[in-house]
Design a protein around this ligand. Structure first.
Ligand code: AMP
Ligand code: MG
Length: 486
């Protein structure tokens, strides 16, 4: 279906779209062009990412480019659509959700051969908007921009931010806020909830197509639905372990916010912890602590069990046999996660090889940190930098731990410092910095946002000129809650 009348095709934008999702049957999506906005203005273009994707930053920054990033112009070759999905939200099943404020423009195959979705978030209402306005406010757009790019720099799989534009229109979220659109880039936007949508309708044919599509895009080595499940289990285990290694709390691990690709997706009320506490929750809507820091692996396997359920008809025509195979794959998760968690945390205390007592040794340090809610990032970085007691107040407790730690280090080869520096970032997107950057941007000053992005590009480097960005928040700077990006 062609885009509606107000659109003109850009002459300067040559994007080699290849839209494999749009080629899936009509029940996978709704053709929907973005709804134009009043006055698009570019806030930021991720020129590095544009180049990596084989896109011309100059063209993206041109008038046509900005119009495209705002949804005012649909480039040639795009096949704009809203994806449909379902999902368990805080444990309750919603049989139909879908992109309520996001439009998938299409896919490009980047010069390195990987396929990437280009999606506009905040691009206007769709048939899945329910009561929402289809728009995004500036604050959440900048938050997702900062946090997703920081996540990428930390080496953790994530969707990325290609651009942020303002719309010249206001949105209403209790108060009037400036509107914005984020251009999000992802390996795909296929979610556990996408499978659930078709499973809830007993549409086995669609499940078969979706499974084949997901395998081709993300796990070409997978031999079938059961193997797809195993790959997603492995990817999610690794992802959650990596989140935990940097003190990240996703905040809304609903099944519609879990990507089959294993990328971090849907940055809403997420945050990096300052003071360490395993039950930390930031989301203003997570009163029960369902998605607390230390519960994320449990929630991942809960979601993966939902995925397994959707795949049963593809795993084996004999339902009992399918359940047995799916269950066996799920039961491997605790062991896989334990291994992934150790693979993340061992280097954080300088370990290069494996010994039986390592998990206990790491947990003893975490317990010391938790008792005084020591800053997660700074404590591990202090360990890497050899700061006495790693900056902990309980010096006696640390020294007692360090006796065993040093004995453990002595049983392996080589100095641990470089390993620890590479595993323990100095810079994370601290909430108070993110909030300050958003506040300033709202008042028209983009300098703090730009500066923060620049510092977070090199999280493992010392950057002595930017040491202030390492500081934990003072009590009055502390952010205790983050809000959904709606
Ligand atoms: P989230 O909790 O942000 O992952 O969003 C859950 C669902 O609500 C998704 O299907 C979104 O597309 C939809 N949604 C969120 N914000 C809006 C909005 N402002 N307008 C329409 N739909 C929205
Ligand atoms: Mg979502």
């Amino acid at each position: 279906m062609p885009p509606p009348a107000p659109y003109v095709m850009a002459m300067t934008l040559h994007i080699a779209f290849d839209n494999s999702y749009a080629r899936l049957p009509e029940r996978f999506h709704t053709r929907q062009a973005p709804v134009p906005v009043r006055a698009p203005a570019l806030l930021r273009l991720n020129t590095d990412l544009a180049r990596q994707m084989g896109l011309d930053p100059a063209a993206l920054g041109s008038e046509d480019g900005i119009a495209m990033l705002a949804g005012n112009l649909v480039p040639e070759g795009a096949a704009p659509l809203a994806q449909v999905y379902a999902g368990h939200q805080f444990g309750g099943f919603v049989p139909q959700l879908g992109d309520g404020r996001a439009i998938l423009l299409g896919e490009v195959v980047t010069p390195d051969g990987t396929r990437r979705d280009i999606q506009l978030k905040g691009a206007g209402p769709t048939p899945y908007s329910r009561m929402g306005d289809g728009r995004a406010a500036l604050g959440p757009v900048l938050r997702e921009y900062i946090v997703s790019e920081a996540m990428h720099a930390l080496g953790i799989p994530t969707t990325r931010a290609l651009a942020a534009v303002t719309t010249g229109e206001d949105v209403f979220r209790i108060t009037r806020l400036p509107g914005a659109v984020l251009t999000r880039v992802a390996a795909s936007h296929i979610r556990v909830g996408t499978f659930q949508y078709f499973a809830a309708r007993r549409d086995t044919e669609a499940l078969r197509l979706l499974s084949a599509h997901a395998i081709a895009r993300h796990y070409p080595q997978a031999t079938g639905a059961l193997d797809l499940l195993r790959h997603v289990i492995a990817a999610q285990s690794r992802l959650v372990a990596q989140w935990m290694g940097v003190g990240f709390i996703h905040g809304v691990m609903n099944t519609d916010n879990m990507a089959i690709s294993g990328e971090t997706i849907d940055y809403g009320p997420c945050a990096f912890m300052d003071g360490y506490h395993s039950r930390t929750v930031f989301s203003s809507i997570d009163a029960q602590g369902r998605y607390a820091y230390a519960r994320q692996a449990d929630m991942a396997i809960w979601n993966l069990a939902q995925l397994a359920t959707t795949l049963l008809p593809l795993i084996d025509p004999d339902r009992e046999a399918a359940i047995e195979k799916g269950t066996e794959a799920l039961h491997a998760f605790p062991e896989i996660f334990k291994r992934d968690w150790l693979a993340v945390f061992r280097p954080k205390i300088g370990l290069a090889d494996a010994e039986d007592g390592d998990a206990e040794l790491i947990h003893r340090l975490l317990d010391l940190m938790e008792k005084e809610q020591a800053d997660f990032t700074n404590t591990f970085r202090a360990l890497a930098e050899g700061l006495p007691g790693a900056g902990l107040k309980d010096r006696a407790g640390f020294d007692a731990w360090a006796v065993d730690w040093n004995a453990r280090l002595a049983r392996q080869d080589g100095a641990p410092q470089a390993r620890m520096r590479a595993a323990n970032p100095a810079y994370i997107p601290r909430n108070h910095r993110v909030e300050a950057a958003i506040q300033a941007a709202g008042a028209g000053d983009l300098a703090p946002f730009e500066k923060l992005l620049q510092v977070l590009e090199r999280p493992f480097d010392d950057q002595p000129d930017h040491a202030a960005y390492r500081s934990a928040p003072t009590p009055d700077q502390q952010v205790h809650q983050t809000f959904c990006g709606t």
